[in-house]
Design a protein around this ligand. Structure first.
Ligand code: IMP
Ligand code: MG
Length: 185
């Protein structure tokens, strides 16, 4: 724990190490390569949280694919979902007839992705799949099918590998539980 010592000090514990992440991302890339064989999916990165996962994941997929970036807002600086989803940055190209793969950092209540699934169904995508790095099934508030998840985690607020609290900690190479003293001060 001597790299990033300053920010590691704000963690209660490390939950997923960079080695575990690297292996899971490789496995996920292999699985998607198999499942989308013969297709040319459009991989959609949900900014900003999924950005680190996304750039690692697409390099593990051995298929022709295109990338798009989309930003939605659901959280302010708080650690609880507002339930309100807004598209802050939309795609550059239409996805009509395309196999859409939404890449997320974490599924919590499920509200963000259940909203986005409807958006892409309305835009007449051929299919809509969800890939998430982390899943907190205990917190689900809507019925949402998540086909691809790297890690199920307990109900705790986590940061690192793209995930933030108040825009910080995205640069941690591992995923850790944020110490509650950081958000209860
Ligand atoms: P949902 O709509 O409740 O599923 O919220 C999903 C979004 O909330 C994720 O894309 C994250 O941006 C954010 N989020 C949920 N839980 C956490 C967490 O533990 N750490 C950081 N961000 C989180
Ligand atoms: Mg997110």
């Amino acid at each position: 724990m001597d790299t990033n010592a300053k920010i590691y000090g704000d963690l209660e514990k490390i939950l997923v190490t960079r080695e575990q992440i690297a292996k899971a991302v490789k496995d996920m890339g292999r699985q998607l390569t198999q499942d989308f064989a013969g297709k040319e999916p459009v991989m959609i990165c949900i900014l900003k949280g999924a950005s680190v996962f996304f750039t690692d994941l697409i390099r593990e997929i051995d298929l022709p694919l295109t990338t798009e970036f989309m930003a939605v807002s659901s959280y302010g600086s708080s650690t609880k979902s507002t339930g309100v989803v807004k598209i802050v940055k939309d795609l550059d190209k239409p996805v009509t007839g395309r196999d859409v793969v939404l890449v997320e950092d974490i599924v919590d209540s499920g509200m963000t992705l259940s909203y986005l699934k409807k958006v892409f169904a309305n835009r007449e995508a051929a299919s809509v799949s969800i890939v998430t790095l982390l899943d907190k099934p205990a917190r689900r508030r809507v019925d949402l099918q998540v086909q691809y998840s790297c890690f199920n985690i307990p109900d705790a607020f986590v940061v690192g590998y793209g995930l933030d609290y108040d825009e910080k900690y995205r640069n941690l190479p591992d995923i850790g539980v944020l110490h509650p003293r950081i958000y209860t001060k």
